[in-house]
Design a protein around this ligand. Structure first.
Ligand code: PEP
Ligand code: MG
Length: 908
């Protein structure tokens, strides 16, 4: 269906849109409208909707211009009448900005063109009107540079850096100038001239002088930038659908580069790294917004207190700070007071921490953007819990606002204080994104990617980063930049990724040609080890030990609050007393899967296990199992003790036996010696164990049913361990789980074997304990006959790893070869082994749950496949009214939060 309205106007303290229209107007457009609605000064403009981006994608430029023509003309008239100047007028010209803005924030990923409407005539008028030649020509050269880059794609096929920057650099050298600020008007005129020549040479076209041509081409370039590889990659890692599209915001230009009473800045209503309630941010005098974000000049602090702290860190004296680095609060007290009031108003209105962009044009403050600020996991919790306490939000909002996956960041390692004591600090920068990273220096994003592929931890070291470095940043363990502040690209993007980052380490000198960096006379080369402490900003030489962090009080409060809302319990997949303890510390309410085969891999155990596998007959097998029994019993005692009073689901042996046999000659010989048989006999047995398709072979309950003595030994170990503990006053709650059941007969036989062995142990020990017997549901057939299987099961646990494998027919071990291509081609939206396929696998689960409950209404049901720790899959499990999810210990907090969110969403 064709949209009926493609454009929404705002300005002069009114707007056609509002903050609830993000899907249509994009985040930026919706919030610009909302700011106008609540009386905040915003330059007039209009937003072309995201629907038009999708129209553009299917119809192309010519058709879209036809649809938009009249509405865009009206939009421009609206800006003209509000601002009192005119687009395409030489006498009283209006310049506009053309900015992207999707409904999900994609900072720096798409294009922006500023100063549209500028040409050889207009520049003269602006110079005359403002009495500021330098400003007018600087604006013109910026425009040509941006338009040339974003619209005319001058740099597209050039890999040796930005061609415009090269011209700037050459002029600086020729004139012996240090910074862009030192250019005279004549220099800027020369740059304009050279830029135009470059464009003509590269494209065989003149630079367009007609403002309308400039405007239409800029709009189309913004739509087109939805498809740039970096934007596509960003959407991929943040799971933003490709069909959302971007809106385009066209707005009257305001100028922060009109002299010393002008400036631009970025501010946060609370600290984006720690969450502390403190207005903070950075600005530059006589600069445009992109200068602050680009990190080309060292930004100044907004508040006096943070300016003083910053100077201390940078070892700058108070005198020098006052002279060269004043805060906005000191340099422009009136503007600061107004900004401070606005930031409070915005936070109160949006009820979340705001990330604000502003420009001061000759003493007048304009707000260019407000959005919910990106933050670290720690800040997310602190801000949410503080706002709850302040009465700004309620519990539901607080919980729903948390991104469960961001909790991961709190669980990241920090440096071991002992190893820090011995470490050599080589320099310091800004603590842009917390965490600890130890890795090897790489100077280029593609090198960082290569290191990642080679399993080497890369630290990406750059003078400054740009959006094109995104993939390299993502593949690095940490990021270090020489320039930039807390709001520069590296800092913002790293925080969003939860990746350790230090920015603005000014002592750092990088030589990209030599692949080296020098700090205070010492040189470091690619591949050298360094360590970054993203929480203090200190860079250390060499490798440092890391330790797991402890979490804050707010974290515990949040988790308790989440448990109060969640309907499902969260258990952990854990196979050792150590991991059981970690899981319990993270709030696991039991173990949902203990994979017993993981216990057999070490030392003596593997020997006994191999003997058991190689055994010629039942007697030999039983002898070997006798050796395994005490080891298993001891393990179970440890796990039960760690999880006392909580249920522990122990799965009987599952994987194909050949996984345990040795394939190297010397190990085969050792096994032969140990068992007193010949090497060839061992090899013969190993050959016999080989299967063409082991995942569908002799594994799971097929093992326990063909070699019941294996199940018997394991059951005995479980029950004896539980009795031993109970006799010591420790309550174990064992749940014995049969893997890979596909027919009711399989389950029935396993149940008989298990119960018989348990009765034997009870008799021998003259002692009884409670236990339950259940099964995994991980074969499609089991879902279909779940009503039958339930008759012999106290509980079901969905093994969605195998269920996904068998439903799709994708081998868990081989799918990696084609899944990425399938996702790229859109055949699959996600990797179904990571995110539950609700429409396929999920339907089988629903059938399994329903049918199981038909015969046994109260049957306990959970999930223990990898999906048990993934938020969208958890929500699906909630919708099936499952009793619990089980996931790896470090995912337990994520699952607790996701379970609470699922319950709240259902209620709403
Ligand atoms: C499963 O298949 O989902 C499961 C938990 O078992 P495993 O991964 O051990 O096969
Ligand atoms: Mg399985």
């Amino acid at each position: 269906m064709k949209p009926t309205k493609r454009l929404y106007k705002f300005g002069n303290l009114t707007a056609e849109g509002n903050k609830n229209m993000k899907a249509l107007l994009g985040g930026k457009g919706a919030n610009l409208a909302e700011m106008c609605n609540i009386g905040i000064p915003v330059p007039a403009g209009f937003t072309i909707t995201t629907e038009v981006c999708n129209e553009y994608n299917s119809l192309g430029k010519e058709e879209i211009i036809k649809f938009l023509l009249e509405e865009v003309q009206h939009g421009i008239h609206h800006i003209e009448s509000t601002m009192g100047s005119f687009f395409d007028s030489i006498e009283n010209p209006l310049l506009v900005s053309v900015r992207s803005g999707a409904s999900a924030s994609m900072p720096g990923m798409m294009d922006t063109v500023l100063n549209v409407g500028m040409n050889d005539e207009v520049v003269k008028t602006i110079a005359l009107k403002t009495g500021n030649d330098r400003f007018a020509w600087d604006s013109y050269r910026r425009f040509i540079q941006m338009y040339g880059d974003k619209v005319m794609k001058i740099n597209q096929n050039n890999h040796s850096g930005c061609l415009f920057e090269k011209i700037i650099h050459q002029l600086k050298i020729r004139k012996n100038l240090i910074s862009d600020q030192d250019f005279s008007t004549d220099d800027l005129k020369e740059l304009v001239h050279q830029f135009k020549q470059l464009i003509k040479k590269q494209t065989d076209e003149e630079f367009p002088t007609d403002p309308w041509t400039q405007l239409w081409n800029s709009i189309m370039a913004v739509f087109e930038s939805w498809h740039t590889p970096r934007a596509v990659y960003y959407r991929e890692i943040h799971q933003i659908p490709n069909d959302w599209g971007t809106a385009v915001n066209i707005q009257a230009m305001v100028f922060g580069n009109m002299g010393n009473s002008s400036g631009s800045g970025v501010a946060f209503t609370r600290d984006a790294a720690t969450g502390v309630k403190e207005f903070n941010g950075e600005y530059l005098i006589n600069a445009q917004g992109e200068d602050v974000v680009a990190g080309i000049r060292t930004p100044l602090q907004i508040t006096k207190s943070s300016s003083i702290n910053w100077a201390k860190l940078a070892m700058i004296s108070e005198d020098e700070r006052n002279k060269n680095y004043p805060s906005l609060e000191e340099a422009m007290p009136k503007v600061f007071a107004e900004l401070n009031e606005i930031q409070q108003k915005l936070e109160y209105h949006f009820k979340d921490m705001q990330d604000i962009e502003f420009t001061i044009q000759e003493g007048k403050l304009w707000l260019l953007q407000t959005r919910n600020g990106k933050r670290t996991g720690a800040a997310m919790i602190k801000i949410g819990m503080d706002m709850l306490e302040e009465g700004l939000i309620d519990e539901d909002t607080c919980l729903l606002r948390m991104n469960p996956l961001k909790l991961d960041e709190l669980l990241h390692p920090i440096f071991n204080p002992k190893s820090i004591k011995k470490a050599t600090a080589i320099t310091r920068g800004l603590p842009a994104s917390p965490g600890a990273a130890t890795g090897q220096i790489t100077f280029f994003p593609d090198k960082a990617e290569q290191y990642f592929d080679e399993n080497k931890p890369a630290i990406l070291v750059r003078t400054e980063t740009s959006a094109d470095d995104l993939k390299g940043m993502h593949k690095s363990v940490g990021i270090l930049t020489a320039r930039g502040g807390m709001t520069s690209h590296a800092a913002v993007v790293a925080r969003g990724m939860g990746k350790c980052c230090i920015s603005g380490a000014g002592a750092l000198n990088i030589d990209y040609h030599k692949n080296t960096m020098s700090i205070n006379g010492k040189t470091y080369k690619e591949g050298d080890w360094i360590s970054l402490d993203g929480s203090t900003g200190i860079v250390y030489k060499g490798k440092l030990d890391t330790i797991n962090p402890t979490v804050s009080g707010s974290f515990d409060k949040l988790m308790q609050m989440a448990d109060g809302h969640a309907k499902m319990k969260v258990r952990a997949n854990a196979d050792s007393p150590e991991s059981a303890k970690i899981a319990r510390n993270f709030g696991a309410q039991g173990i949902g899967l203990c994979r017993t085969e993981h216990m057999f891999f070490e030392g003596e155990r593997i020997k006994a296990m191999r003997e058991m596998i190689i055994a010629n007959n039942e007697t030999e097998r039983k002898n070997a199992l006798q050796k395994l029994l005490p080891m298993q019993r001891q393990d179970f005692e440890g796990i039960f003790a760690a999880m006392h009073d909580l249920p522990v689901t122990i799965r009987l042996l599952d994987p194909p036996l050949h996984e345990f046999v040795p394939y190297e000659h010397e190990n085969q010989q050792a096994l032969a010696d140990e068992m007193g048989i010949s090497l060839s006999e061992v090899q013969h047995k190993i050959n016999n164990l080989k299967e063409i398709n082991p995942m569908l072979g002799h594994r799971g309950c097929r093992l326990g049913n063909t070699f019941p003595e294996i199940s018997q030994m394991q059951v005995r170990a479980i029950i004896e361990a539980a009795i031993n503990l109970k006799q010591k006053g420790i309550r174990a709650i064992p749940e014995i789980m049969v893997p890979l059941t596909g027919t009711v007969e399989e389950m029935k036989l396993q149940e008989e074997i298990i119960k018989k062995e348990i009765e034997l142990v009870f008799e021998e020990r003259n002692y009884k304990i409670n236990y339950s017997i259940g099964t995994m549901i991980e074969i499609p057939r089991a879902c279909v006959v779940a009503d039958e299987i339930a008759k012999h099961s106290d509980f079901f646990s969905f093994g969605t790893n195998d269920l996904t494998q068998m439903t799709f027919g994708y081998s868990r071990d081989d799918a990696g070869k084609f899944l990425p291509i399938y996702i790229e081609k859109g055949i699959l939206k996600n990797d179904p082994f990571a995110i539950l396929d609700q429409v396929g696998v999920g339907q089988l689960m629903e059938m399994g749950v329903k049918r199981g409950r038909t015969t046994k209404p109260g049957i306990k049901i959970g999930i223990c496949g990898e999906h048990g720790g993934e938020p969208t899959s958890i929500e699906f499990c909630h919708s099936l009214a499952m009793d619990y999810v089980s996931c790896s210990p470090f995912r337990v907090p994520i699952a607790r939060l996701a379970a609470a969110q699922a319950a709240i969403r259902e209620r709403k």
